[in-house]
Design a protein around this ligand. Structure first.
Ligand SMILES: [Zn+2]
Length: 336
């Protein structure tokens, strides 16, 4: 739908001005690509991804396998490549790695956009696609916010970057889209990835991790244009400064660092997948909306998501990734 619309518009532009050069016909800016990320598409994905069909996506269950297929099919359908081999988007993880409760193997899902100038330098965008499953009585934990929101945000970000690639405007550095399993039972998928990385960790520029970006913290009612950022300045002042500058220029959300305090009792810095990158001295940003009454409840459903706000947060992550991928110098861990 979206691709057709853009083609139609550019054809109209061409036909209106036959004197245009080839390069003028296809000028799409980073803002145009960011704007391909829409509330409508996020919503469409999330209503499927967090539906009862997925049975709460518990690691190793049929629901998780179905969710993995959804992600794989998305990447295949959109012509986004795998870093492993053609049409194989699964990084398998043996059950024995996943703790005593898990008896079935699981998998991270990975997709890759190769950089045009510095392909060896890789930015990892991550979100966990597992959730906590269902109760014995059949009640399903849909996990729309946790972390259906981050998962479908990644799909839209990947699609926007792939469109840039198709237009000849692809990123200079590479992007790895890492959908990790086993987060809810102990950050296993990201731990496994960092112990078995597809690209050397020393070439991993940073990790932008998204876990819950679709809701509003009750403390923020009335001033909801915010997102909590955690970790951005812990290992790299440069990453923090880039993130701030990108937000001011392109998105203008309130970036709230409340949970980034070293002594924060919630310890969120240690509680999602970015931490496995941070402990390897890779700069990270964790994007998060805070907890709410439906956190880890069967009531975390897609009808309660704030799609317009989620779109802005997703566009912020896209713009930040775009900047890090295309700027002259590589982001460094300058505080370690
Ligand atoms: Zn989560």
């Amino acid at each position: 739908m979206k691709h057709l619309l853009i083609i139609t518009l550019s054809l109209l532009t061409i036909s209106c001005n036959s004197a245009q050069t080839a390069s003028q016909q296809t000028i799409m800016t980073r803002v145009d690509y960011a704007n391909t990320i829409t509330a409508e598409e996020l919503k469409t994905h999330l209503y499927t991804f967090a539906s009862d069909n997925m049975e709460g996506r518990m690691t190793g269950t049929d629901g998780q396998k179905l969710a993995a297929e959804y992600l794989r099919n998305f990447y295949m359908d959109n012509g986004i490549s795998s870093p492993i081999e053609e049409n194989n988007y699964y990084q398998p993880i043996p059950a024995s790695y996943l703790g005593r409760r898990i008896t079935t193997d699981s998998e991270n899902i990975v997709a890759f956009i190769k950089g045009s100038e510095k392909p060896d330098e890789v930015i990892v965008l991550s979100a966990h696609y597992d959730h906590v499953g269902k109760r014995e009585d059949g009640t399903i934990y849909n996990g729309a916010d946790d972390d259906g929101s981050g998962t479908v945000a990644m799909l839209e970000i990947a699609e926007a970057f792939q469109q840039a690639v198709n237009d000849g405007n692809g990123p200079k550095r590479s992007l790895l889209f890492l959908h990790v399993t086993g987060e809810e039972i102990g950050l296993y998928g990201s731990k496994y990835y960092t112990e078995n990385p597809l690209f050397p960790l020393e070439n991993t520029v940073c990790n932008l991790n998204t876990d819950m970006i679709g809701r509003i913290d009750p403390d923020k009612e009335g001033e909801p244009d915010y997102v909590y950022l955690i970790g951005s300045d812990r290992l790299s002042q440069e990453l923090h400064d880039v993130s701030e500058a990108v937000n001011s220029q392109y998105v203008n959300l309130e970036l709230d660092y409340k949970f980034n305090a070293e002594n924060d009792p919630n310890r969120f810095y240690y509680r999602s997948d970015h931490y496995n990158f941070a402990k390897n001295n890779i700069p990270v940003i964790f994007y998060f909306n805070g907890v709410h009454e439906d956190y880890h409840q069967p009531t975390d459903t897609p009808d309660k998501i704030e799609y317009d706000l989620m779109t802005k947060r997703t566009q912020l992550i896209f713009q930040t990734a775009w900047e890090i991928a295309n700027r002259e110098g590589r982001i460094r861990a300058d505080k370690s």
